[in-house]
Design a protein around this ligand. Structure first.
Ligand SMILES: Cc1cc2nc3c(=O)[nH]c(=O)nc-3n(C[C@H](O)[C@H](O)[C@H](O)COP(=O)(O)O)c2cc1C
Length: 381
C-alpha cells in the first residue's frame, strides 16, 4: 500500500543490483552484516547451480542509515554481481529460442525485442536477492516491535516433512541446520535423495515452503476494502515471487474439504484473557491479524530449465527446435523459503506502519503499546 515501499533495479549479469527502501521511521539500528545473513541463506541450499558459487552477496548501505541507525530518509543499498566480470567484455549471441516456463517469449513479444537475453536478464530470480536485502530493513523494524518472521521447507518433489510440534523458534533453528532447510532429519535425507535422482534424470524439482510470523498485535490490516486486506496482500506479494504458483494461509486448501465445524478456531477465556483454541485460520480473520501467528505456505513449481531439452521454436527462423540450456538450479526450494519469508516480512512491515505509523521508532512503539493497552491485550509470545 505504501507505508513501507521498495523499488529494485538491476540485471542478472549487469554490474549489480540497486534497492531503495522508503518509509522507515528514524532510530532503527540496521547493520549490513545482519542483512548479509539472509543473503547467505538465500544463496545456499542443496540443489543449487553454479551461479551461487560465483556470487558472495553483500548489500552495501549507501544512504538513509547514519552510524548504524535509520534517519527517516530513503535507504539505498547496492549489491555487486561478481559474475559481471565474466560477462562485461563479451557480446553474447542473441537468444531467439524462448525457454518454456520463463518470461522469454511473452516478454519478447511484449517489448518487441529480437534478443530474449534482454528479457531474461531482468526476469531472472536474481532479482529476489534485492527483495531479501529490502526485507533485512523490514525485519529490523519488525524486530523492534517484537515480531519474528521465519521460513522452512515442508516438501520437495513430493517428499513431505511430518507436521512438527516444536516451538517455532526451535523448529526454525533446526531447519537452518539442514541442507534443504527442513526441520525433520529423515525428511531432509529423503529430499536430498530425491534431488540427486532428479539431477541424474536430467530433471528438476519444486516443493512447498511455510513461513510463520509470531509476536503479532491483533488489528493489523483491514476488512473494509479489498486492497487493504492482509491475507490478500500477503498472497499477492508471495505469488509475485518467481516460480511460486500457489499460496495458502492457515489450513488453506485443506479446509476446503472439511465441514465448517472443523475449520474454526474456538474463542475462549483463560485467566481474563481471550485466547484461540487452535490456529487453523493462520493468524488472519477478515483480512486483519487476530494475534495468532500468521502461517503462509507457498508452492514452488520445479525449475523450468532442465538438462533434458524441451520443445521450442527459433522465432528468427520459425523452425521447431529445442530450448538452449542455461546454467541452472536443480531445486531452489530452500532458497525460495528465504524469499517468501522476505515478502511476508515486507508486507507485515508495511501494514504495521500503516496501523502504528510514527516518524521515529519510539513513536511507532508508543503507538503500538498504547493501542495494545487500550484493548487490554497482553503479548502471546
Ligand atoms: C530462488 C530462486 C531461484 C531460481 N533459480 C532458477 C534457475 O536456476 N533456473 C530456472 O530456470 N528458474 C529458476 N527460478 C525460477 C524462474 O526464475 C521462474 O520460473 C521464471 O522467472 C518464470 O517465472 P514464473 O515461474 O513465476 O512464471 C528460480 C526461482 C527462485 C525463487
Amino acid at each position: 500500500m505504501g507505508s513501507f515501499r521498495f523499488l529494485t533495479a538491476g540485471e542478472s549479469h549487469g554490474p549489480g543490483l540497486t534497492i531503495v527502501v522508503e518509509g522507515m521511521p528514524a532510530g532503527v539500528p540496521i547493520s549490513e552484516e545482519h542483512i548479509a545473513v539472509d543473503l547467505r541463506r538465500r544463496q545456499g541450499g542443496y540443489g543449487r547451480g553454479g551461479r551461487m558459487l560465483i556470487e558472495e552477496d553483500y548489500a552495501y548501505i549507501t544512504a538513509g542509515v547514519t552510524r548504524g541507525v535509520t534517519t527517516g530518509a530513503p535507504i539505498a543499498l547496492t549489491i555487486e554481481n561478481k559474475d559481471y566480470a565474466n560477462w562485461k567484455d563479451k557480446v553474447p549471441p542473441p537468444i531467439t529460442v524462448p525457454r518454456p516456463g520463463h518470461a522469454d517469449l511473452s516478454g519478447a513479444l511484449k517489448y518487441q525485442l529480437d534478443d530474449m537475453r534482454l528479457v531474461l536478464e531482468r526476469s531472472s530470480a536474481r532479482e529476489t536477492t534485492s527483495r531479501v536485502a529490502a526485507a533485512g530493513i523490514a525485519k529490523a523494524l519488525l524486530g523492534e516491535l517484537g515480531v519474528h518472521v521465519a521460513g522452512h521447507v515442508v516438501a520437495i518433489g513430493g517428499v513431505q516433512a511430518p507436521v512438527s510440534t516444536l516451538p517455532w523458534a526451535e523448529l526454525f533453528d533446526r531447519a537452518e541446520e539442514s541442507e534443504v532447510r527442513c526441520e525433520d532429519t529423515e525428511a531432509s535425507r529423503r529430499m536430498i535423495e530425491r534431488i540427486d535422482e532428479a539431477k541424474a534424470n536430467r530433471d528438476t524439482l519444486g516443493g512447498v515452503v511455510e513461513i510463520v510470523a509470531w509476536g503479532l498485535a491483533p488489528g493489523v490490516g483491514s476488512f473494509v476494502h479489498w486492497d487493504r486486506k492482509l491475507d490478500g496482500r500477503l498472497a499477492g506479494a508471495v505469488m509475485s515471487i518467481n516460480a511460486i504458483k500457489g499460496v495458502e494461509i492457515g489450513d488453506g486448501f485443506g479446509a476446503a474439504a472439511r465441514p465448517g465445524t472443523q475449520v474454526q478456531d474456538a474463542i475462549r477465556m483463560r485467566e481474563g484473557r481471550l485466547i484461540r483454541a487452535t490456529n487453523r485460520a493462520g493468524g488472519t480473520e477478515g483480512g486483519v491479524t487476530n494475534g495468532e501467528p500468521i502461517v503462509v505456505r507457498a508452492a514452488m513449481k520445479p525449475i523450468s530449465t532442465t538438462l533434458t531439452p524441451q520443445p521450442s521454436v527459433d522465432v528468427k527462423t520459425g523452425l521447431e527446435t529445442v530450448m538452449e540450456y542455461q546454467r541452472s538450479d536443480i531445486c531452489a526450494v530452500p532458497a525460495a523459503a528465504v524469499v517468501v519469508e522476505a515478502m511476508v516480512a515486507i508486507v507485515l512491515a508495511d501494514t504495521y506502519l500503516e496501523k502504528f505509523a510514527g516518524d521515529n521508532i519510539a513513536e511507532t512503539r508508543a503507538n503500538m503499546e498504547h493501542f495494545l493497552s487500550s484493548i487490554g491485550w497482553t503479548a502471546l509470545v
